[in-house]
Design a protein around this ligand. Sequence first.
Ligand SMILES: C[S@@+](CC[C@H](N)C(=O)[O-])C[C@H]1O[C@@H](n2cnc3c(N)ncnc32)[C@H](O)[C@@H]1O
Length: 206
Amino acid sequence: MKIDDFYNDYSRNYEKVIRLPLVDRFMINRDRAVFDFLPNSKDSVILDFGCGTGYYLMPLVKSAKKIVAIDASKGMIEVLRKRINKYRIKKIKTRIASIENFETKEKFDLILSIGVFNYLDDIELVLSKTYNLLKRGGTFIFTVPDRNNVFGWLYAMFWRIFNVKNKLYNKNDLVDALENTGFEVVGVKNDKNNFPTFHITIKAVK
Ligand SMILES: C[S@@+](CC[C@H](N)C(=O)[O-])C[C@H]1O[C@@H](n2cnc3c(N)ncnc32)[C@H](O)[C@@H]1O
């Protein structure tokens, strides 16, 4: 099954599922890891790669100057657009696009990609794209499921039921890939310092 088809169907229930008991235990820890890593800056220009319904963007709206939110799934973007209209948020620009095909001349202070790189085929290519889209000194925060975590394996099995490709990652491989791209890795959280979680959350700076 193609990922955008899956998320088109799932879009209306996505935020209900992440609030289910047990699932929310994992989410709370990932949220904490992501929000701990956010730079304390104002007037940032932010890009969210695979923004989904905008779950991670809402708390950032107040302090951001502009947010560009892209996702391959029309359904997920439509949930976000409804929310933007409901709260009359002018700062968020949405685009239905895959990360691989996304083009812009704009440069960003912060790029987020939460729970998305596990669906991508060529992570090196996307890391280099991310690097080029950041301003010097800009921050990249992303999460992927952990290959060295039993919950990561359970998560991957869930996706296999739906016949959706979903990769697991190893922390050291990610750090190497980021450093080879030119990033400086400034923080990593996984089950060693953020239990229970099946995510590796990484903060890297250009
Ligand atoms: C688990 S959801 C995460 C959404 C959001 N980042 C969050 O944490 O709430 C994964 C999202 O990645 C999007 N996605 C997957 N592959 C993508 C790609 N190649 N380009 C853009 N979006 C993609 C899906 O459509 C989906 O909305």
